[in-house]
Design a protein around this ligand. Structure first.
Ligand code: ZN
Length: 436
């Protein structure tokens, strides 16, 4: 990918459309925690960035869990006495409870009711429901749709299969100069929901594509996994890799109109926490959440046996927008500009962890005469920006071998990118050396 922009910066106009188009392409697929919908999703994401697909057989023990049978669905409907499909999977895959066992039969509305799920407080929306670990079947529909159903006999069909197969997930590694790893994960197990699921996965894929074009210090590992069971299966198979993970981000719900939100890792003060919070502060309105053992796959990565430095980047957190887990989490709910800004923030966090280091001022006795080096020239050159001049002074002052560039960015209130540029310029002139 060549955007013409340096390093970690992106053209948000171009990227916003690309991200939105990618989500539009993936939106109709009926995904679940296993099955062909996940495979198709990974195959399409592999057009953005090359992924390796892994298949974990049903029945595989993964810590306290077992990989479930594989679920696939071809069709599902409820027909009225006139043979009309009054609930139709073909119109929206949310209409069937995800992981419904196969079923065919005729029954009255009263007999059908225990299998019907609505949102009475949002009567025109269809809820998203799952039944992964309890064998059951059901349909989701709007309350208005239910209210319109007449008494009488209905024909019910769920043409699904639930049998031994595999759990599928995607993985991509981007090697850097160091074996220290950055783990990035996104869930890919929700059917036609745009913000919760597709925004994170598509932003992760595009972030990976950008990183692939750069020369990197750290190594990156991207996971595209079904929530919960996917991260548990990955951790179970990769315990030996875990000590190499030095930073991590779970990406979820990144396309809605809300401000960026960062949820701290369980450690609370890991480098990733410091980097992400600095970037969000510099970008403007944002929210920082403390860690809690709830949410997305940070629950598994931050379980006490692993306690990985993994935070979560979102916009409005799950459960706090009324569209969450309903048919209103659709393509109209997400915005190209919000997607692009989320990707941009994500890359800026990576930029911080890539370039952060501790330096030492080689002329610490009073200020060096910066004009001698072209670093304090009020006319022309790099020194013309007042922020850059301040960044030079801050880097010189705090580079005592104890403060990292990120510490200096925080203390000065300047953007890390500016501090890193100043450090590069000072190093070029022999005024600064890297110590760590
Ligand atoms: Zn969800």
């Amino acid at each position: 990918m060549s955007s013409g922009l340096p390093d970690f910066e992106v053209d948000e106009q171009v990227l916003g459309k690309q991200l939105f188009d990618c989500i539009t392409d993936l939106f109709p697929i009926c995904r679940s925690i296993t099955g062909d919908g996940v495979r198709e999703t990974l195959a399409r994401l592999a057009r953005v960035v090359p992924l390796t697909t892994h298949e974990v057989p049903s029945g595989t023990p993964v810590f306290d869990w077992t990989v479930p049978d594989e679920w696939n669905i071809r069709d599902a409907y409820v027909k009225n006495a006139r043979g009309e499909r009054v609930i139709d999977f073909r119109r929206s895959n949310l209409h069937v409870v995800n992981y419904s066992v196969p079923f065919r039969g005729r029954m009255s509305l009263e007999e059908l009711r225990p299998h019907l799920f609505t949102l009475p407080e949002q009567p025109d929306r269809v809820p998203y429901r799952t039944s992964y670990y309890q064998r059951n079947w059901g349909f989701c529909l709007s309350q208005n749709q239910l209210d319109a159903l007449a008494e009488g006999e209905y024909e019910v069909c769920i043409d699904s299969s639930l049998q031994p197969g595999c759990l599928t997930y995607g993985e991509l590694t981007i090697p850097g100069g160091s074996t220290e790893e950055v783990l990035v994960s996104a869930h890919i197990c929700h059917p036609s929901l745009a913000n919760d699921n597709l925004s994170g996965a598509v932003i992760a894929a595009h972030a990976a594509r950008r990183l692939q074009s750069l020369s990197l210090r750290l190594s990156y590992r991207f996971l595209f996994i079904p929530a919960t069971i996917g991260s548990i299966a990955w951790l179970s198979a990769n315990e030996a890799r875990v000590p190499g993970i030095r930073y991590g981000l779970v990406l979820a719900c990144l396309g809605d109109p809300g401000p960026l939100t960062y949820k701290r890792s369980r450690r609370s003060d890991a480098k990733i926490d410091q980097a992400a919070i600095h970037v969000l502060q510099q970008l403007g309105e944002h929210e920082v959440l403390e860690f809690s053992p709830y949410g997305y796959d940070e629950r598994q990565f931050c379980s006490p046996g692993f306690d990985l430095p993994v935070g979560r980047l979102s916009r409005t957190p799950h459960g706090r927008f009324p569209e969450y887990h309903t048919s209103a989490d659709n393509l109209e709910f997400i915005q190209p500009a919000q997607l692009a800004k989320s990707l941009s923030a994500c890359l800026e966090i990576f930029e911080v962890i890539e370039k952060d280091r501790i330096c030492l001022n080689r002329k610490p006795n009073c200020e060096p005469q910066l004009s001698k080096y072209g670093l304090y020239d009020p006319i022309g050159g790099v020194a013309e920006s007042p922020e850059f001049r301040m960044a030079i002074l801050w880097v010189l002052n705090l580079s005592d071998g104890r403060h990292s560039l990120l510490d200096i960015a925080e203390r000065s209130g300047l953007r890390f990118r500016q501090i890193a540029l100043a450090a590069d310029a000072l190093s070029e002139h022999g005024l600064l050396e890297n110590v760590q």
